[in-house]
Design a protein around this ligand. Structure first.
Ligand SMILES: NC(=O)c1ccc[n+]([C@@H]2O[C@H](COP(=O)([O-])OP(=O)(O)OC[C@H]3O[C@@H](n4cnc5c(N)ncnc54)[C@H](O)[C@@H]3O)[C@@H](O)[C@H]2O)c1
Length: 269
């Protein structure tokens, strides 16, 4: 069965960047879209573009940090379209800075969006996908920072490693029921994540909080477009693949991590 044609896709963070690009790519394959984001104006623009291309699309203002709002998103999706098939837990923010200097609230804010947002998506949608018995697919957006620890990204890494573990486990649990699971781990993608992450922070975290742009030289590698990332996600859904990586540079970094772990056994006593 075509995983997109006439299927219902929910995309959190669908108002911008990678989420908006996934929504466009899914719509181009014939999916009906539910955009969920805090930013209503941004969602309205994406929804307008999707409709302009002939797709069915709705927007549901959702704060993914609030479990009740994600539950309401699921209810609204079923009320409007009668089913749900494809769920992208993608909304996220980035937090930069040394952990030793970070305000405690930065941990809570970052985990609230990046970790609890995904948990709420799993809680609201996975039981529905299983009960429906029509297959489907869950895409959770982590990051390369969810596979390798990175300097100045410790809080963000913690939130994204949690998404990695949760998603790999989810894959083992629901793939036997015919529901695909994909872990999206991009490196640098051309989006407004830095600006959005400043704008969406609570006021008290802005002035004295961690820096909101990467320190020079902190992040390495090329930049790819959100549309390229979305095209890879579409291929992963078609092929029921667990991992989406976005940059060839990731290979060497992942090899180095695996080699360091392997070295532990070389020095075994
Ligand atoms: N851009 C990159 O380089 C990059 C790299 C690795 C991973 N990611 C991840 O990709 C995902 C999408 O990021 P992006 O780069 O497209 O950023 P973006 O800022 O362009 O889009 C993120 C969207 O999420 C929304 N959002 C934020 N907090 C929310 C909340 N509490 N509830 C609902 N919506 C909320 C924002 O309003 C925004 O529209 C994130 O999870 C991010 O961590 C991005």
């Amino acid at each position: 069965m075509d995983p997109f044609r006439d299927r219902v896709a929910v995309v959190t963070g669908g108002g911008s960047g990678i989420g908006a690009a996934m929504a466009r790519a899914f719509a181009a394959r014939g999916a009906r879209l539910v955009l969920a984001d805090l930013d209503e104006e941004a969602m309205a623009r994406v929804e307008g573009d999707l409709r302009g291309e002939g797709a069915e699309a709705i927007s549901v203002r959702t704060d993914v940090t609030r479990r009740a709002e994600v539950e309401r998103l699921a209810e609204e999706t079923i009320r409007r379209f009668g089913a749900v098939h494809l769920v992208c837990n993608n909304a996220g923010i980035v937090t930069f800075g040394e952990m030793a200097k970070a305000p405690h609230e930065d941990w809570e804010f970052t985990m609230g969006v990046n970790f609890w947002g995904v948990v709420h998506g799993v809680e609201a949608f996975v039981p529905r996908l299983l009960a429906q018995g029509q297959g489907g697919h869950v895409v959770n957006t982590a990051s390369m920072a969810g596979l390798v620890g990175m300097r100045w990204l410790g809080i963000y890494c913690a939130s994204k490693f949690a998404v990695t573990g949760l998603t790999e486990a989810l894959h083992r649990e629901i793939e036997p029921h015919g529901i695909g699971v994909t872990l999206l781990c991009p490196m640098i993608v051309a989006t407004n994540i830095n600006e959005n992450s400043v704008r969406l922070r609570p006021d008290h975290l802005r002035p004295k909080g961690a820096p909101t742009a990467p320190p020079a030289g902190g992040l390495q590698g090329g930049t790819v477009s959100a549309d390229e990332v979305a095209a890879r996600v579409v291929r992963a859904i078609d092929g029921k693949k667990l991992y989406v990586l976005t940059h060839p540079e990731q290979r060497e970094l992942l090899r180095r991590r695996a080699a360091k772990l392997d070295q532990v056994f070389e020095e075994w006593d």
